[in-house]
Design a protein around this ligand. Structure first.
Ligand SMILES: [Zn+2]
Length: 548
């Protein structure tokens, strides 16, 4: 690729498309800076992988030129891949105190805590990373301490918003620092790289403060046990639920590991100081039904979550039924609808009343609406608008909004290298981009052998045959054939396949029996033939030949 000396470029490696997982790169001359490194949850099109990360190969190949990784906030789609990708990058990481607390726990679990150089930057702080002069600007979002990043370079200033919204009453942390954004706008901004998630929503953002008042009224009027599920990282919401519970004379119990982790990080950083310590789920049964509110994980229908288990009445400590209420103080993330509905259905079947944001005002989004984005352009007044973080229809709607404000939009796809300056701003090259699956702690290419095999197994099953041979390659004893996911062992078809396979390997030509690879290939062909056409499937086939 062409790497012109001394230019300033932007390269998104994740964050456009259906599954948002953010990995943004900026280049100044020969030096790279990364902003955010997140995971995404797989949709229906990739059932063989649960968690995805942006393929970092491009920057891994240039890691000597990577000055650092800056994290804008502690959401999984911005911070979740750090512990998995960092060993490939080996660069310093810059975080706010809260994101640092969340990150340290993740690194601890990955046994990396003492290896990663973490620099904690105060909210609104300025710092240098290589040749980049950076400034955090506090913004409101559905997690504490979200920051926009100002990149100052000899070629101009970029404001990278991260996830944000406008909210006069964010409850936890300060409102978006409008004054500072305007001051940066006064300096003259080359480009605004901005969140597009909710750009198609009209009107101003609704406030977290309004949600707190609504929840307080709702919880005050309910009888029986109450469980409220929300995103575990939303400290303001957890605080709102806890305060609503306290106002109703109810004690708060936390249920689920991710909420307990959040509680630790939040209190470590001075948040949640206005609410009493939470009780554990074991304490629920010591409390009268109308004196407890449970805050619980599982708003997205995750099958192993506490709420899913309660809906099936298989939770070890908690059961809900007639007269109880579950409030979903959250939204449905696209792709999770069926799983969420299934849990809600099971709860209803047990007699539990389910309240979602369709029936009652119990949730607001953490992302900027079209009106908010419009205000951001008025403040920052950039030369170029670079919409990120959204699907194509969001990015194009965002671009149209910028155009209306006489700002030139530039639409990018993952892998596009946008030269911002000097000269005309344009896409000058393409970097390889893609996704890796995060599978039991390992990063696997989506188009690699392991996942291709799993995809095939998922729909076609697999067949494994093994048999022993002597020195000369003649079969000893009976071969064994198993077909998990395809045939039961006592199925007549299994018996037929095994017998046909046994006959076929007996007649493999002698000259192939001396060479392990040739013998194995011939046996695989024999196994495929023995399976025949009757199954109308092409399973994954493997043969083990043991020389004894
Ligand atoms: Zn976020």
């Amino acid at each position: 690729m062409t790497e012109q000396n001394g230019d300033f470029a932007f390269l998104p490696l994740g964050g456009t498309g259906e599954i948002g997982m953010n990995l943004n790169l900026y280049r100044l001359g020969e030096t790279w800076l990364a902003i955010d490194c997140g995971i995404g949850f797989s949709g229906n099109d990739t059932p063989e992988a649960e968690i995805l990360v942006p393929d970092p190969t491009f920057i891994v190949e240039r890691r000597d030129q990577l000055a650092g990784l800056v994290i804008t906030h502690a959401h999984e789609d911005h911070i979740g891949a750090v512990a998995h990708v960092w060993p490939l990058l080996q660069c310093p990481v810059y975080v706010t105190p809260f994101a640092g607390s969340v990150l340290r726990r993740k690194l601890g679990e990955a046994r990396l805590l003492n290896e990663v150089p973490i620099h904690v930057i105060p909210c609104g702080g300025t710092f240098d990373v290589g040749p980049f002069n950076l400034e955090f600007i506090p913004v409101t979002h559905s997690v504490p301490e979200a920051q926009s990043v100002v990149l100052r370079t000899p070629h101009g200033i970029v404001v990278h918003t991260g996830d944000w919204k406008l909210d006069p009453e964010p409850l936890v942390g300060p409102p978006t620092d409008i004054k500072r954004l305007k001051e940066v706008g006064d300096e003259g901004v080359l480009a605004l790289v901005c969140d597009s998630t909710n750009v198609m929503k009209p009107g101003p953002s609704q406030s977290e403060g309004e949600v707190r008042r609504s929840l307080t009224e709702l919880i005050g009027n309910l009888k029986g046990r109450i469980a409220v599920t929300c995103f575990a990282s939303n400290v303001a919401r957890v605080e709102s639920i806890a305060m609503a519970a306290q106002a109703a004379g109810r004690t708060v119990v936390l249920v689920g590991r991710s909420l307990r982790n959040l509680d630790v990080s939040a209190r470590e950083c001075g948040y949640l100081s206005g609410v009493l310590p939470f009780l554990n789920e074991q304490d629920v049964n010591d409390l009268p039904d109308d004196q407890v509110v449970m805050i619980i994980t599982g708003s997205q229908g995750e099958p192993r979550s506490a709420l899913s288990r309660i809906s099936l009445d298989i939770h070890p400590n908690i059961s809900l039924g007639e007269g109880d209420t579950v409030i979903y103080s959250s939204r449905m993330i696209p792709g999770n609808e069926r799983a969420i509905m299934a849990v809600q259905d099971n709860l209803s079947r047990r007699g539990v009343r389910v309240i979602t944001d369709r029936e009652h005002f119990v949730h607001v989004s953490g992302h900027a609406t079209g009106d908010d984005v419009s205000t951001m352009y008025d403040l920052v007044r950039p030369q170029f608008a670079v919409p990120v973080h959204g699907e194509w229809r969001h990015l194009t709607a965002h671009a149209a909004l910028a155009q209306d404000k006489h700002i030139t939009p530039i639409l990018l796809e993952d892998g596009d290298i946008l030269r911002l300056a000097p000269g005309k701003a344009e896409v000058v090259d393409t970097a390889p981009s893609g996704r890796l699956a995060l599978d039991a702690g390992r990063l696997l290419p989506m188009n690699g052998g392991v996942l291709a095999a799993r995809r095939k197994m998922l729909f076609n099953g697999m067949v494994i045959a093994s048999f022993a041979v002597d020195d000369e390659g003649f079969v000893i004893g009976e071969p064994k054939v198993s077909a998990p996911g395809l045939l039961d062992p006592d199925d007549l078809e299994s018996v037929r396949v095994r017998e046909e396979f046994a006959n076929a390997i007996d007649v493999i030509p002698d000259e192939l029996r001396g060479d392990d690879q040739a013998f194995r290939d011939a046996a695989k062909t024999a196994l495929r033939r023995a399976l025949g056409r009757k199954l109308q499937k092409r399973p994954l086939v493997d043969v083990h030949v043991l020389r004894v």
